[in-house]
Design a protein around this ligand. Structure first.
Ligand SMILES: Cc1cc2nc3c(=O)[nH]c(=O)nc-3n(C[C@H](O)[C@H](O)[C@H](O)COP(=O)(O)OP(=O)(O)OC[C@H]3O[C@@H](n4cnc5c(N)ncnc54)[C@H](O)[C@@H]3O)c2cc1C
Length: 488
């Protein structure tokens, strides 16, 4: 046995002695699911999958890792889309067993939950108590709160309620040396120096292991109305967004954008999907208004607003989901987009954000530039228009080989990200940086910001044990990770 493997064995033995053999798994079959990213883009390696049951066990594991110099990759539901949870050696630390709702304070409108709680379970716990926890993602049945925090997750209700950072009041974090920072405060005001929780939210496991959080709750909506609108351009959609925002304020809960190509492929591939409007339009908006009051007159209000927009020739057509089933069917069209795009061959994806005022100009300019760069390319720019967050996805030309198309990924990164950068936007809006956007981050982020991030990383994790190589890390830490299907 070499020195390294004897250190590793002693390390595994110490963990097993403390946590029990069912919490320290080293068989290849037990590790398999933890080594691969959700879309199969990357495969990594690990010594063990470690499954502590509570915060103190997480702290013990981190102390042992620091002592033995073993890297740690935290994992929640492993639904991340940027390769952030793939291990390049060391251990995978699963938070799945930390799944208790610790408390719910109705008067403070907060819920305190452990990092391993599945997002849907937190929504349900809030619902049972008569409240809304508004974070909502298509992966909500499997992603976990720690992962949502570490990626600062977004979703469809950010427009009204904010992303995970805005939904979080306090955190509990185990640091790289095993110390526990107890920041579990449910305070709306706390000006006692630097806001440490904001350092950890969005840090993708590179600064600490989040073990619990205090999250904000909201009154449950008692009335909800959905509309599907057809219009002539993204610019018109932006005008409509502005009008609705002015008229409905916080009642405007979602404003999602779907291009004609997107709707057509949903109708082509989704069994049972029904064309929502009689004709075709260049751009569509899926709009939701909601209110905590039952008799809020939402439906009449939206009808009147859209009626005016139709009369003035701003929009071309609109329909309201007048029942729960109709609303769900409209949402289903939007939620099917990522899935059906896979059936149209290779796709090159960009998850970007620009100021809301620039979102239509961005869609138009980036679409034109990509179409000019590759005739026949099919642009599917959709998503959270009201947040300025567009999933700017490109489907391959019909007659092109998928591999040839995907080899152009870097070229299209440059075209799209240069425009985003010029518009003062972000190249990573809601999915994070992980492995996939490390190079792009270094290219576009302000050098002083990169320097500050590195200083923070060195200060909080001097041995570089926490998710090494991710976000601002170097390639050296990730040589054991293979890229399987080059962004397919
Ligand atoms: C179908 C589908 C739809 C999606 N839709 C959206 C969407 O609308 N909006 C959106 O934002 N994302 C979306 N995602 C991406 C993904 O679900 C989110 O990024 C989610 O927040 C990840 O949670 P997770 O528990 O799966 O984290 P994981 O994938 O396990 O981990 C993600 C990152 O966080 C780190 N991490 C995990 N737990 C902890 C912890 N306790 N402490 C410190 N670091 C930790 C990991 O190391 C990794 O870097 C979608 C994914 C899928 C598959």
């Amino acid at each position: 046995m070499g020195i390294a493997s004897s250190v590793h064995q002693t390390f595994i033995d110490r963990l097993t002695e403390k946590l029990g053999s069912t919490a320290v798994l080293t068989e290849a079959s037990d590790l398999e699911g933890a080594l691969v990213e959700t879309r199969g883009l990357y495969r990594g390696q690990a010594l063990a999958l470690v499954r502590p049951k509570d915060r103190d066990e997480v702290a013990f594991v981190m102390q042992e890792c620091a002592r033995a110099g073993i890297p740690v990759v935290p994992q929640g539901g492993n639904t991340g889309l940027v390769g952030g949870g793939v291990p390049g050696g060391g251990i995978v630390l699963s938070l799945a067993r930390l799944d208790r709702v610790r408390s719910l304070d109705p008067l403070n409108a907060t819920i305190t939950v452990e990092a391993g709680c599945i997002l849907k379970a937190v929504q349900e716990a809030a619902d049972r108590a008569g409240y809304l926890f508004p974070l909502s993602l298509a992966s909500e049945g499997s992603c976990r709160i720690g992962g949502n925090l570490a990626t600062n997750a977004g979703g469809t209700a950010v427009l009204r309620y904010g992303n995970m950072r805005e939904l979080t009041l306090g955190l509990e974090v185990v640091l790289a040396d095993g110390r526990v920072w107890n920041g579990l405060k449910g305070l709306r005001k706390d000006n006692t120096g630097y806001d440490l929780k904001d350092l950890f939210v969005g840090s993708e496991g590179t600064l600490g292991i989040i073990t619990a959080a205090v999250l904000k709750l909201f009154p449950k909506p008692q009335a909800r109305v959905t509309a599907f609108v057809g219009c002539a351009s993204a610019e018109i959609a932006l005008r409509l967004f502005h009008t609705l925002r002015e008229a409905a304020g916080d009642q405007l809960t979602a404003f999602e954008y779907i291009p004609d190509f997107g709707l057509e492929i949903v109708l082509k591939h989704r069994p049972g999907a029904v064309r929502p409007l009689a004709g075709r339009h260049r751009s569509y908006a899926l709009i939701e208004l909601s209110s905590p009051q039952k008799d809020s007159g939402l439906q009449e209000r939206l009808e009147a607003l859209l009626g005016d927009a139709l009369e003035q020739g701003v929009i071309e057509d609109a329909t309201l989901g007048s029942s729960e089933a109709q609303s769900l069917a409209l949402w289903h069209l939007r939620e099917s987009l990522s899935e059906v795009q896979r059936l149209e061959g290779g796709s090159i994806k960009h998850d970007v954000a620009v100021p809301v005022s620039q979102v239509a100009a961005f869609i138009d300019e980036a679409t034109g530039a990509c179409e000019a760069a590759m005739p026949g390319i099919r642009v599917c720019a959709f998503g959270h228009f009201g947040d300025g967050n567009i999933h700017f996805n490109l489907s391959q030309p019909m007659d092109m080989d998928k591999g040839v198309f995907l080899a152009a990924w870097e070229r299209f990164n440059r075209i799209v990200h240069d425009i985003v950068h010029r518009m003062n936007g972000s190249i990573a809006a809601e999915h994070g940086v992980g492995l996939i956007k490390r190079g792009e981050l270094l290219r576009y982020k302000d050098p002083v910001a990169i320097d500050l991030m590195r200083t923070l990383k060195r200060s909080l994790d001097p041995q570089n044990l926490l998710n090494p190589g991710k976000v601002i890390g170097s390639d050296d830490a990730t040589t054991a990770i293979s890229s399987l299907a080059a962004h397919s």
